[in-house]
Design a protein around this ligand. Structure first.
Ligand SMILES: [Zn+2]
Ligand SMILES: [Zn+2]
Length: 208
């Protein structure tokens, strides 16, 4: 396994290489290998669901060629350096996570904090796969078909009118709604009634 070109690729879009990118590259390689791929498979056969964004996710992307743009990399932000690797042809799904004491293993003998960082950088490149990661068989709670959906599907939300692709709409009270208008939202208009209470407070679902 030649790690260096992948580390270079990961660090190219950063100003630095860091332990989390190395962890991501190593996990990306091991995740593929555990599914039986020696290299990134063609035709979007691999889907990776990464449990945090940032440097770790970029390392995974560098190793697997999976990207948000190709819809082969998704973020479920649990704030964890873990990821599930899915062979979309067979549904075989493996979740990889670092062993719980990976930091200790990587820098146990180093007392000074700044030195520990470099000890980790070094160790994450040389430790064996099974020293670093646990691999568990998992089953996705949403079907791969519903996660990936199909190109060209689009509807407009009955409330806000905005276009929704990839079957992300929600049926509610006989209406086709976007997630935000259905109350499952991460924002609200500044200074306005929250969308959710608009929906619940009256018979009309019209906009305020
Ligand atoms: Zn970093
Ligand atoms: Zn809407």
């Amino acid at each position: 396994m030649n790690l260096q070109p992948l580390l270079d690729k990961s660090a190219r879009d950063h100003s630095h290489l860091c332990p989390r990118q190395i962890l991501g590259v190593r996990m990306g390689l091991y995740g593929m290998k555990s599914l039986g791929f020696d290299e990134p498979p063609a035709k979007k056969r691999l889907l990776v669901i990464v449990e945090s964004d940032g440097c770790f996710a970029d390392g995974i992307g560098a190793a697997t060629n999976c990207t948000v743009g190709h819809r082969t990399l998704r973020i479920e932000d649990y704030g964890k350096t873990a990821a599930t690797f899915v062979d979309v042809e067979t549904s075989h799904s493996l979740r990889l996570a670092p062993v719980l004491n990976i930091r200790d293993l990587a820098g146990a003998s180093v007392s000074e904090e700044s030195c520990r960082y470099f000890a980790q950088m070094q160790a994450y490149q040389t430790m064996s796969d099974d020293e670093m990661f646990t691999v568990s068989e998992v089953r996705l709670l949403s079907s791969i078909e519903s996660i990936v959906s199909r190109p060209g599907l689009r509807v407009n939300c009955d409330l806000c009118g905005e276009e929704i692709t990839n079957e992300r709409e929600v049926q509610q009270n006989g209406l086709v709604l976007c997630r935000a208008c259905s109350g499952n939202t991460y924002y609200q208009a500044a200074g306005k009634t929250p969308i959710l209470s608009m929906r619940l407070d009256g018979k009309s679902l019209g906009r305020v």
